[in-house]
Structure formats: C-alpha cells, structure tokens
Design a protein around this ligand. Structure first.
Ligand code: ATP
Ligand code: MG
Length: 290
C-alpha cells in the first residue's frame, strides 16, 4: 500500500451542493417519525460524519440518498436528480454513482476477494456475469488495482469468508471503487472492528476519498473517530439535525451534546445520556494530521 496519507483537508470543499435535502421528513407506516424536517446541503468532496444515538435516523437519512426510502415530505436531490420523485431509470443512474459500505460488509463468503470486487462493476455492464473470467480483461485488471490499493492483492484468490473483519471491509471498499462512485456512503463501517482495524479502514476511506475526490458520508458511533476523520459533523436526535459544525474546530464535549436527551415533559436532562457503544478511543494517528 502507498505510504503517504493525504490529509482530510486535502479534499476540496466546493460550493456545488452535490446532495441536498430540503424539509425532509419520513414517517414510517407504523407511525415512527424517523426524520423530522431535515435541511442539509452537502458539497462535492465533503467528508461528513453523521452522529447520534441509536434510532436517531442516521441510516434512514442515508437510505433517502440512494432512493431506498422516499420521504413523506420534502425533497432529496442527488447529483441534480430529485431522488424523492425519480423514475426507476433515473434512480439506477444515481445509484451507479453511489458506493455503499456498511457494518456487515455484504460480501459473498464463498466467492474469492477478486470475484467480490468485480461484482462492483456489474452496474457498468449489461447482463449477468458468472465467475472471474466472464468479466472483460480491463475490469479484471482494474479489480486487481483496487485490491492493491486496499492492501489485499495477495488475497485476490482467497475466499472472502476466510478474511478478518478489517480485510473484509477493505474488500467491500475495493468493490465500491469498481463502481467509480462520486459519493460513498458508509453506514457504521467500523462498528464490528477492533480499534486497529477501524483505524485502517477509516484511513483507507480517507485516502480513497481524497484521491478520487469523492463525497463521503460516514455514520460513526465513536465521536473521537468522527472528529478525527470528518471535515463536517452532523448530529441527529429524534430525526432532527441538532448539530452541524466544522469538525476541525468542534470540541468533543460539544459533539457529545448530541447524545444528551431532554425529557420534554420535565424539560430537564434525563439519565439516559450516553449509550454504552459510544467508545472513547483516540482517533487513529494518521487521521489526526490536519
Ligand atoms: N422500515 C422501518 N419501519 C419502521 N420504522 C423504522 C424503519 N426503519 C427505521 N425505523 C425507525 O426509524 C428510527 C430511525 O432508525 P435508523 O435505523 O435510521 O436509526 P439509526 O440512527 O441508524 O440507529 P443505529 O445507530 O442503531 O443504526 C428508529 O426508531 C427505527 O426503529
Ligand atoms: Mg443505523
């Protein structure tokens, strides 16, 4: 793997809003109000971390960006397409530009790393593919390049279910890169990983985001990691944006405010301030470069 790590500030924060949410609310059929009047503009190249208690609406917000959920009210626009009212064809176009990595990795365990990475190119091809040799040579070589980038070229022919969690997530990132996405959504990408693997995966995400000038949205339960990684922190509470700040100047105690619950009847903080899964690990060293 290449040694020098670009810093997070190397990503340009353009004024062009690649993603915009205007007055977005989502009420599920069971009555849950998961998003409540969310306004958010995300420019190209931004590294944004979404934080908030379990159930605050982070995954729901992400699922609105690739059209997996449609809002009950408001408008979601991604790369100029109004996702909230897009046709299936338009949606496919948007989804081709969005890579997605998540906690469970989503790899085919019985397939090799190379095959898993190649499946990331399916949206660029017509028709199904069976096995490595059914992909064009150019794509096979691209897949090798991405495996090299994530430091797993020696594992190309290893079954994915024999990898460590950190390695699996790196394969999942390589697979997303095959899509040549402009946007990467990472929903708790390090939630199942130990601190060292978490740092490696976040370092890698940062590196590819800078190299590819991608816009990345990551949900993280560890505030320290979010502060060390992102350029912007958005905090959700009960589906509302309660914090929206530049990560480089935000103090940890201010970020922790997102987790304070206020009992609306008593109008004072209740005792359920912090979930046990808000870890207090230091941010990986490489991420602290500014
Ligand atoms: N398909 C659904 N049907 C009904 N309610 C849902 C659905 N999806 C999510 N919810 C509810 O919406 C709220 C927000 O859920 P969401 O998964 O977005 O939270 P989250 O912030 O991602 O939480 P976590 O940190 O645990 O992943 C929760 O109350 C959840 O139960
Ligand atoms: Mg979630």
């Amino acid at each position: 793997m290449q040694v020098s790590l670009p810093t997070r500030n190397a990503v340009a924060n353009g004024a062009d809003p690649l993603i915009s949410l205007v007055g977005v609310s989502k009420r599920f059929p069971n009555g849950t109000l998961a998003l409540d009047n969310v306004d958010l503009n995300i420019p190209r190249g931004q590294l944004l971390s979404l934080i908030g208690l379990s159930g605050s609406g982070k995954s729901t917000l992400m699922r609105h960006l690739n059209g997996l959920h449609r809002p009950t009210a408001g408008k979601v626009t991604v790369m100029g397409v109004e996702v909230s009212s897009a046709s299936n064809r338009q949606l496919r176009g948007v989804r081709r530009n969005i890579g997605f990595v998540f906690q469970q990795f989503g790899l085919v365990g019985r397939a090799t790393c190379l095959e898993n990475v190649l499946t990331g190119a399916l949206g660029r091809l017509s028709g199904p593919r069976y096995g490595v040799w059914s992909y064009p040579k150019k794509l096979r070589s691209e897949a090798f390049d991405h495996l090299e980038r994530v430091g797993l070229v020696n594992q190309a022919y290893q079954r994915a279910d024999t990898l460590s969690g950190g390695q699996m997530q790196r394969v999942a990132i390589a697979r997303s890169l095959m899509q040549q996405p402009q946007i990467m959504l990472a929903d708790e990408p390090v939630a199942s990983l130990d601190p060292e693997s978490s740092a490696q995966v976040l370092d890698l995400l940062l590196r590819v985001a800078v190299e590819e000038q991608m816009t990345v949205i990551v949900t993280l339960h560890q505030v320290e990691l979010a502060l060390g990684w992102a350029t912007r922190i958005v905090g959700l509470r009960d589906g509302r944006v309660v914090l929206d700040r530049d990560a480089t100047t935000l103090k940890q105690e201010d970020a922790m405010e997102v987790y304070q619950r206020v009992d609306k009847n008593l109008a004072q903080p209740s005792n359920i301030a912090q979930p046990s899964n808000i870890a207090t690990e230091p941010a990986p060293l490489a991420l602290r470069e500014k």
